[in-house]
Write a protein that binds this ligand. Sequence first.
Ligand SMILES: Nc1nc2c(ncn2[C@@H]2O[C@H](COP(=O)(O)OP(=O)(O)OP(=O)(O)O)[C@@H](O)[C@H]2O)c(=O)[nH]1
Ligand SMILES: [Mg+2]
Length: 289
Amino acid sequence: MDIKQLQDRIRNFRLEDGDLGSQGYNRVLLQLFGYLGHGKSSFINSCKYVLQDGENFQEYAEARETDEGLTMVRNAYPLTDVITMVDNRGCSKMDGFEKAEVYAQLGNFIPIGQKVDWKSNFKTMMEELEDSELEPNYTDFIVPIFVYSARCQIQHETKKEMKLFMENCIKMTGVVPIIVLTFKTRGDYMEIEKEFRRIGAEQVIAIENYTNTNHIKTLGRTTDILMVIYSTLKTATFRLEQPRNPRREKIERKKFLLNYIHQINLHKVIEKEKEKEKGSDGNNWCVLL
Ligand SMILES: Nc1nc2c(ncn2[C@@H]2O[C@H](COP(=O)(O)OP(=O)(O)OP(=O)(O)O)[C@@H](O)[C@H]2O)c(=O)[nH]1
Ligand SMILES: [Mg+2]
């Protein structure tokens, strides 16, 4: 498919077009997540850019080199009437609570426009989940997009953890996250793609984001970025070809999330206890020396 055909497919995408219709959904949300500074906001700008004609680059989602992480709010950026991209605060360490927050977003338990706080305790996490009941959302079909910089090698010891993370993302959405490898020209993206496929990724697309300082439209860059959007739509269409029950699915996801939060809390309590014991052992050890 050439650029014009890809653009047309994306612009004209309708959830009603499948055999079973939209099944109650009225929007596809492309929910981005990933580490700090890996190019999530830039990817949103790139997607908006490749869907418009001309080379008037605009920064819709603010992107900047920063150690602190720039995006703090779960902001929405419509691409068409039906497709909306959702930016996200970058994870710094992907610990249990950060992952729980990602799962909560993937399950659409966090309202759009809300500041994303990495919770560090059981109580606030549970309160947030309870609050989500006030305005439950059953009409967004979420496609998760994991944005990962090709400049970063995947550490051997984190592979098992990442595999589990991918599996949990599938449980929260019914969809295998689409992997977008940014900084395509700055790292060995083919090697990283292989790693992601080994841990269960089905669609891995390497791209070079368009940025404020580098946005001359090229055929390859534009095609790669359009292919990501097109892939998300193919995924949504495939899932909607099977009967869906958004309410039942939401309940199942909430159960999974509650159990997950309970488990990480338990793990944290045990770790704390161990630390305490180690502390006293450590003193003994010092005395022995
Ligand atoms: N060369 C190049 N630079 C990129 C690419 N993607 C992002 N950048 C740059 O990397 C920096 C961080 O990008 P952001 O889009 O702000 O990253 P982010 O994931 O949104 O960051 P947080 O919101 O802080 O988590 C910016 O200076 C971007 O211009 C890319 O594919 N290639
Ligand atoms: Mg950002």
